[in-house]
Ligand binder design. Structure first.
Ligand SMILES: [Zn+2]
Length: 305
């Protein structure tokens, strides 16, 4: 099977714990991921809400550089993707196609110019907030219910000019609709499931899913138990089936949140996707549909960038 996953926090865990990306005891490494026939992976640099301003950007930059160093040292096994050509090259040479993201707009340190520094480090996606408030807006766990700040609205517009995709996972409701107003291109929710199936602040309501779908964006199914409701294959299926009932066959993907969420002991890490795929096979899902969800929707999305 082929795999393309929209979200993991492995860079942060590697950088903080001094682990390598090639092989480690975390939930994701190249050794396990490359067992899939093809593998694309979005690697996010997670920004803790305790960091703001220059301190936030300095930490983000350090982690991006750490990742590029790891990528260079393991260049036979992975390629950091900056273009459609890179994506095809990585796939054709059976390397991990690594796409860089920043999870938390606090990394901008309140300056639009930081977007150019991020672009030069091949960042393709920015999750506008984490759970709390930052210079751009307010996360879904913040007490503030306001939409994006003026800086946040400007940031969304400037990101679009630079082909950096806004990721609305973690953002509050008013912020979500501001992103839709101040951008016109694709928007993703990298790791969010359906609020209709399980009501949780981090999950997407029906209107939000429809808005992302209409833009040609992607929604990644997370493995996070708090968001799913139950951390079981059966529950993942309920969220998937609901999105499929909304004609989401070209919108849904996986955004597992490896190294960002606890998993049941038997799941291990990235290797669990093989078991989830086999579970869906045993339920007689169409193979072409499964390939779209596990791989194709993401590939088609990123190859257009
Ligand atoms: Zn997250």
């Amino acid at each position: 099977m082929r795999l393309f996953d929209l979200h993991c926090d492995t860079i942060y865990e590697c950088a903080v714990g001094g682990h390598g990306i090639a092989k480690n005891n975390l939930q994701l490494d190249l050794k396990r991921g490359l067992k899939y026939d093809k593998w694309g992976q979005v690697f996010a640099v997670w920004m803790p809400d305790s960091l703001r301003g220059d301190e936030a950007w300095r930490q983000c930059e350090k982690m991006l550089q750490y990742f590029h160093k790891e990528a260079q040292e393991n260049s036979q096994q992975m390629l950091v993707v900056n273009s459609a050509d890179d994506l095809e090259t990585a796939m054709n040479t059976d390397r991990c196609a690594a796409i860089l993201a920043v999870e938390g707009g606090s990394a901008l340190a309140g300056r639009i110019e930081t977007l150019d520094l991020m672009s030069s480090l091949k960042v393709k996606i920015i999750t506008l907030t984490w759970n709390g408030s930052n210079e751009l807006g307010h996360g879904c766990m913040s007490d503030c219910k306001d939409g994006l700040t003026d800086f946040g609205k400007q940031a969304v517009t400037e990101m679009e000019k630079r082909n950096i995709i806004p990721d609305v996972s973690h953002l509050n409701n008013a912020g979500f609709w501001d992103v839709m107003q101040y951008s016109s291109g694709v928007v993703i929710a990298s790791h969010s499931v359906s609020a209709k199936i399980f009501s949780h602040k981090r999950n997407l309501d029906e209107e939000q899913f429809a808005a992302i779908q209409k833009r040609g964006g992607l929604v990644g199914l997370t493995l996070c138990g708090a968001q799913l409701g139950q951390q079981t294959f059966d529950c993942i299926e309920r969220h998937l089936d609901h999105y499929l009932s909304l004609n989401g066959e070209n919108t849904v993907a996986f955004g597992c949140d490896f190294d960002g969420t606890d998993l049941p002991p038997g799941w291990g890490g990235i290797e669990v996707l093989q078991k989830i795929y086999e579970y869906f096979q045993s339920k007689n899902y169409d193979e072409a549909l499964l390939d779209r969800i596990f791989f194709g929707n993401c590939y088609d999305f990123f190859v257009r960038l």
